[in-house]
Design a protein around this ligand. Structure first.
Ligand code: IP8
Length: 259
């Protein structure tokens, strides 16, 4: 089984509150279906989650009563988004169900507590793919907080037998610098422990490099000796499908784990 995160930047317009990219999601679902792989899908929140969460400081936990209606609004919005994603999956013949993490799990001082995963496991075993997403979760210490889809990727990779994890984003992969502003930026095709060490040991680490290091670490954490983690651009038609079919595409692959 392949574990795929459809990033919020791909499935929504992140700059416009609640803007769903229906055509793109439909295309990505077709590419997944046509690959013939069984896929477990997680998706990001994009402009359905980040705009209001930021405005009301949801990620900081409870500060004032004023945040409570926003907690409900954000949960409504990401559920709405998830149903739209699942509709596109159903349309191409992938049996899937949206599983709102905020209704199943809690946080403990920002850390995910997902002790009861039986429903998710039984759904997947039956072939009805559970779709998790970045959501607002109640927090035992802070009242509430945000749990990113990336955290659920890590959880699902522990629970299921996953051959490959794929992050579908709006960039071609990880670069040595920001390709939008630096003409010398080069695509990093393969990331392993040594590449990470190399980046870490650079004395002139700037913000961009720091960002790359953080992403590399996250991707390496998701990779193991026998499971790669790939970052691929989902805005380019056919690229995810080609990757899933085993073709070589423009992307960054993390290999070998972090330890
Ligand atoms: O887009 C964030 O999830 P992500 C969830 O996967 C919210 O990082 C509610 C902002």
């Amino acid at each position: 089984m392949i574990l795929i995160k459809l990033g919020g930047s791909v499935i929504t317009d992140k700059s416009q509150y609640r803007t769903f990219n229906k055509e793109r999601v439909a295309r990505l679902c077709s590419e997944i279906k046509e690959s013939g792989h069984k896929a477990l899908i997680v998706h990001g929140a994009g402009s359905f989650g980040h705009v209001l969460s930021k405005r009301h400081g949801i990620q900081n936990g409870y500060v004032s009563e004023e945040q409570i209606p926003a907690v409900a609004e954000v949960q409504y919005d990401v559920r709405d988004l998830s149903l739209m994603v699942v509709r596109e999956m159903l349309n191409v013949g992938i049996p899937a169900v949206s599983v709102p993490p905020g209704s199943c799990f809690v946080l403990d001082d920002g850390k995910l507590v997902a002790s009861d995963t039986e429903a998710i496991e039984r759904l997947a075993d039956a072939g009805v793919m559970p779709v998790l997403f970045g959501d607002v979760l109640m927090d035992r210490v802070k009242g509430f907080g945000i749990c990113s889809g990336d955290t659920f990727m890590e959880k699902l990779a522990e629970l299921f037998d996953i051959q490959k994890t794929v992050f579908v984003s709006d960039v071609d992969g990880l670069f040595t610098a920001d390709p939008k502003t630096d003409g010398n930026a080069e695509l990093i095709e393969v990331v392993d422990k040594n590449v990470l060490e190399n980046i870490k040991s650079k004395s002139d680490i700037d913000d961009v490099t720091g960002g790359i290091r953080f992403k590399m670490e996250a991707m390496l954490r998701m990779s193991t000796a026998d499971r790669d983690c790939v970052l691929v651009n989902g805005t380019v038609a056919g690229r995810l499908g080609a990757l899933l079919k085993g073709e070589t595409v423009i992307s960054t692959t993390a290999k070998g784990g972090i330890k």
